[in-house]
Every structure is written in structure tokens, then in C-alpha cells.
Design a protein around this ligand. Structure first.
Ligand code: GDP
Length: 139
């Protein structure tokens, strides 16, 4: 059975471009319930820890520098089949290839600066949720 939670982030470029509001609107439109949310900034060490699964990828340095370049919004969202629902809702990794109307198409800037993150499995949703939020920060 698939889980009902996913961890999302609004990435630094989208925050800089004042897209927090529009993206929060899309979250509500999409029927995702907010279980936890914070406005924060990752240190380079935290970004490296969060993206450790990508440490062998050629873009790891660029990715972690970017993700620690400014404030982000992190949130746990709830919906049936949340991981897949959110990934469909945000569109392909590269905004240029994302379907019309998806968050990455609307608010993404480039392959690296693609507006939002979404967990890729229920297991990682749990790990990533625990990365940002304690039990008393979830409602
Ligand atoms: P996602 O699950 O759709 O986010 O994509 P991946 O797990 O493949 O990659 C994680 C994140 O790394 C993406 O959301 C991008 O921000 C970034 N990324 C992926 N490919 C590249 C790349 O070629 N260059 C850079 N700079 N970043 C990339």
C-alpha cells in the first residue's frame, strides 16, 4: 500500500522570485494538506546530508551550493498516494520538459533551479520528513 505523506521544498530561486504564495495556492488547489511547514536556510553541510544519495552524481556540488544559497520552504504534505501525486503535480525534473500547468513548468527556471522538490519514495518521504521536522512540529 502506498503512503500518504511526502516531503517537499520550495527551492531558493523560487523563493527569491516571490513564488511562495503562488506555489502555496497550487498546493491547496491540488488537495494537499499541510502537516508541517517551515521557512529555513540549509547550510552547505545540511544540503550535502539531505542530498547524500546524489553524492556520486556530477551535479552534486552545483546542487548543494544552490540549495544552500538562500532560504527555502520545507513542508510535509498529506494526500492519498502523496509521493506519486506530488511528482505528477510538479512535472518533469527539467521545467522545459514539464507538462503545461505543472509547478515546475510554471515556476521553474532551469534543470537545477526547478522550483520545488518532492520525495521519490515513501521510504525517503519518511527520512526527509524527519530531516526537517520533530514530532511536535507536525499537526
Ligand atoms: P527529481 O526527483 O525530479 O527532483 O530529480 P533527481 O532526483 O534526478 O535530481 C534531484 C535534483 O537535482 C533535481 O530536482 C535538480 O534540482 C537537480 N539536478 C538534476 N539534474 C541536474 C543537472 O544536470 N544539473 C544540476 N545543476 N542539477 C540537477
Amino acid at each position: 500500500m502506498s503512503g500518504n505523506k511526502t516531503l517537499i521544498m520550495i527551492k531558493p530561486t523560487a523563493v527569491r522570485k516571490a513564488y511562495i504564495g503562488p506555489i502555496m495556492g497550487k498546493i491547496a488547489e491540488g488537495g494537499f494538506k499541510i502537516k508541517a511547514m517551515k521557512y529555513t536556510c540549509l547550510s552547505i553541510e545540511q544540503a550535502k546530508a539531505f542530498y547524500a544519495v546524489h553524492s556520486e552524481r556530477p551535479f552534486f556540488g552545483e546542487l548543494t551550493e544552490f540549495m544552500s544559497s538562500g532560504p527555502i520552504v520545507a513542508a510535509i504534505l498529506e494526500k492519498d498516494n502523496a509521493v506519486e501525486e506530488w511528482r505528477n503535480f510538479i512535472g518533469a525534473t527539467n521545467p522545459a520538459e514539464a507538462a503545461e500547468g505543472t509547478i515546475r513548468k510554471l515556476y521553474g527556471t532551469s534543470l537545477g533551479e526547478n522550483a520545488v522538490h518532492g520525495s521519490d519514495s515513501d521510504e525517503n518521504a519518511e527520512i526527509e520528513g524527519n530531516f526537517f521536522f520533530s514530532a511536535t512540529e507536525r499537526y
